[in-house]
Design a binder for this molecule. Structure first.
Ligand code: GUN
Ligand code: FE
Length: 426
């Protein structure tokens, strides 16, 4: 049993922060067993208390959509829309990951950067390469951070260096599913058809089957860009739409599913997402950089669709989920203006809730300090950011808007403090 004292902030519900000034949280076996405003109410009188003093203690960040193998392209190549962007910049970079040494070097840097910005759980695309994907999973394991990692399935509209026959793709997925079989493990495989344009019907069907057989979650991209949506309509004439196509292959909520973007999802696609419990990974910087559009997050939330936040490196340029909250709020303010104020913009509490409790729910009981949740947490020393008269919530807001890794002084994943050596950056 461990007890931590600090200014504790988290969200249980959409519109409200829980704030415990000089509060306590008790952690046993990696999980929160109690949170209280004072030591007596905590109910663990004999536990040793670690006092973080005037610092903030918040849930760690969850990134529900990111491409580890695009880390080398972060912050460059912003001059094309999705389909030519993939062909000209992304596929050539991902092709390099047939070399496991190259993969290891980039993946270490990537994980170190995630760690720096306080992201303790991520839903990750690797590449088609099984050996490199396995290395990425092992590295997350070494780090002690949580990840759902996808070996990417591609067998059409892709260069020869990034295509794999269905049989070989499934064999690789099976190997990874068996090597990382513990359902409670921090690192798990996720079935990852890249998106419908790069996967034949046989590949999509096989992905759906393997997800069901091994009880694995699913991730992909959905209705991100108008040219992509038009292409899917051509490729899948029998489906009622893009989401319906995934659904017909058993890749749309038959096991837990997260779909990135959904910028152009129409009412019937959204109804299917809601019915099937498909989560949206909202990636505002990617949508801005690749000129995809503005995802209607307020509509998703009003309709009861779960929305987590994703960095989508390297369509997105910023790995920080704190900064993703800011972009999500800013994009929602564009919707607010464009809709003549009909679509209310996102509040800070809503953005924080999406980054922590909603995104975290894709990994289990993650993203809150309620009883039974994994203790995934960050300690924020923001003394260089605030004048003395700021409230706890003003300090948190300012950290979200202005802070960076310099203020994050401790990181916990499932109760264990995570410390990575500087060499991982090299
Ligand atoms: N759709 C298919 N692949 C990708 C990718 O790598 N990035 C983004 N943003 N969209 C995609
Ligand atoms: Fe993506």
């Amino acid at each position: 049993m461990k007890v931590y004292k600090a200014h504790i902030v988290f969200t249980k519900e959409r519109q409200r922060f829980e704030v415990l000034e000089n509060g306590y949280v008790a952690v046993d076996n990696g999980r929160v067993c109690a949170v209280a405003a004072d030591l007596q109410s905590l109910g663990c009188p004999d536990a040793e208390v670690t006092d973080f003093g005037n610092r903030l203690l918040i849930p760690a960040m969850n990134d529900v959509h990111v491409h580890a193998a695009q880390y080398h392209n972060q912050g460059i190549a912003m001059d094309l829309e999705l389909l030519p962007w993939l062909d000209n910049y992304t596929f050539p970079e991902e092709s390099k990951f047939s070399d496991v040494d190259y993969a290891e070097r980039i993946y270490r840097r990537f994980i170190h950067h995630l760690w720096r910005v306080g992201t303790m759980r991520a839903t990750v695309f690797a590449t088609i390469h099984t050996a490199g994907t396995r290395r990425l999973m092992e590295l997350f394991g070494e780090a002690g951070m949580g990840a759902l990692v996808g070996k990417v399935a591609m067998d059409r509209n892709s260069p020869a260096t990034l295509s794999e026959p269905v049989g070989k793709a499934i064999e690789g997925m099976q190997q990874l599913a068996e090597a990382f079989a513990d359902p409670d493990g921090l690192v798990r495989p996720i079935v990852t058809p890249r998106f419908i344009p790069t996967c034949t019907p046989d590949m999509l069907r096989a992905c759906g089957e393997i997800a069901r057989r091994y009880h694995l979650p699913v991730q992909s991209h959905l209705s991100e860009n108008l040219s992509e949506v038009a292409l899917v309509r051509e490729l899948e004439p029998e489906s009622r739409g893009y989401g319906d196509a995934y659904n017909r292959y058993g890749l749309f909520g038959q096991t837990p599913t997260v779909m990135a973007h959904c910028v152009w999802s129409d009412a019937s696609e959204r109804a299917l997402m809601r019915q099937n419990g498909v989560m949206v990974a909202h990636c505002p910087t990617s949508n801005l950089n690749v000129s995809s559009g503005m995802a209607p997050v307020r509509t998703f939330l009003d309709e009861g669709i779960a929305v987590g936040l994703g960095s989508d490196i390297s369509g997105g340029h910023d790995l920080s989920i704190f900064r993703m909250m800011v972009y999500a709020i800013q994009v929602s303010k564009m919707h607010y203006q464009r809709s003549d104020h009909a679509m209310a913009f996102l509040s800070l509490a809503e953005a924080f809730w999406m980054a922590t409790k909603v995104g975290g729910s894709f990994f289990g009981k993650v993203g809150s300090f309620e009883q039974g949740y994994d203790f995934d947490a960050l300690v924020i020393d923001d003394h260089d950011l605030y004048p003395d008269d700021y409230s706890i919530l003003q300090r948190l807001e300012r950290f979200i808007y202005l802070g960076d890794d310099r203020q994050i002084v401790h990181r916990f994943c499932r109760g264990r403090e995570v410390v990575l050596p500087d060499q991982w950056r090299a």
